[in-house]
Design a protein around this ligand. Sequence first.
Ligand SMILES: Cc1cc2nc3c(=O)[nH]c(=O)nc-3n(C[C@H](O)[C@H](O)[C@H](O)COP(=O)(O)O)c2cc1C
Length: 400
Amino acid sequence: MVLGVGGGIAAYKVCELLRRLTESGHRVRVVPTASALRFVGEPTWAALSGQPVETGVWDQVHEVPHVRIGQSADLVVVAPATADLMAKAAAGIADDLLTNTLLTARCPVVFAPAMHTEMWEHPATQDNVATLRSRGAIVLDPAVGRLTGVDTGRGRLPEPAELFEAARLVLRRGATEPDLSGRRVVISAGGTREAIDPVRFIGNHSSGRQGYALARTAAARGADVTLVAANVSLPDPAGVRLVRVSSAVELAEAMETEREAADIVVMTSAVADFRPVTSAASKIKKSGAAPAPIELVENPDILAGLVTTREREGDDQTIVGFAAETDDVIANGRAKLARKGCDLLVVNQVGGGRAFGTEDNQATVLAADGAVVDIPTGPKEDLADRVWDLVVERLPERSS
Ligand SMILES: Cc1cc2nc3c(=O)[nH]c(=O)nc-3n(C[C@H](O)[C@H](O)[C@H](O)COP(=O)(O)O)c2cc1C
């Protein structure tokens, strides 16, 4: 692997990424820019990687490093990718070892930009990002949060653990093209909470892991991902835009908003079918008398609503639902697919320790075109990748 490091303040976080990569067995050649060495020195990169570290093309010339390093890489990760580096990469400038490496690499390339919000939002940077993506590079959207000084906004480098996950997921796909590149994906994850009073709610056991696995794998396949998370306490995936909600009504509103620009919508969240008619303004106390019953009202059917909106708007969006069933899994799944009108329904059996909060999952995917695909028990990201395969096979041709 090549780890290209740009001259941004977040270079210090990349030491931890390097550590994770080497500890998981990867041979990593760090190629910093001269500016990067102003932030973190050569000895740190050399000691952590166990490899020589150069910034220019004039060292070890007999080994032709300006060509060899890129040619022999299985993956190039650039973190932090500065505005300057992405501009050079988009323009094909090759004035140091890293920019030469970017021109000679034929493996997947992941850019993890980090910069102030103004730099990120500048049309020049956005054009360069679009150019790099159009050429097959994976450019992870920066996270929102604390920037160099006291300011906050979009432009933060994702956490090293999540960058490591992104690199791992891209690497495991090998030289496969990022087949979701240019596709806008909206995924809902987690479980809704329906307030009874300010401290209590009706909820469910959904951890959000399957939805987060779908988000991470979609980003690794080049998609532009928005994740609508209902009460999830997992780390924010790298390169994914997060929208946080709590109740079913909030989730419905967020999905209707986010679906507008989406090519693919995936509903993995566990939505409460019912909510209390009223939520008490103050905490309900014991009074000695029998507790008052909680009157419930039905929540909106979000998946069916998304299908209705698609039909009304005449979109060619692909819509995927998830169904958790405890009994008659396939029969209930088929009935649900027909009722909801989505393109794919991923049906999994829950209860008895299956699915909720676990690392592994298993499912049967039922397609509106009649296909039935069994996905055997395995990591949730394997299931996610199989679902994306089935989605990609059914995507309409791009109009441009
Ligand atoms: C304290 C400090 C922090 C900086 N942080 C960033 C940053 O996070 N992102 C960025 O694009 N540029 C940042 N810059 C500007 C870059 O260092 C500058 O554009 C430099 O030319 C980048 O060189 P490189 O792309 O060759 O690494 C920072 C500069 C300074 C002095």
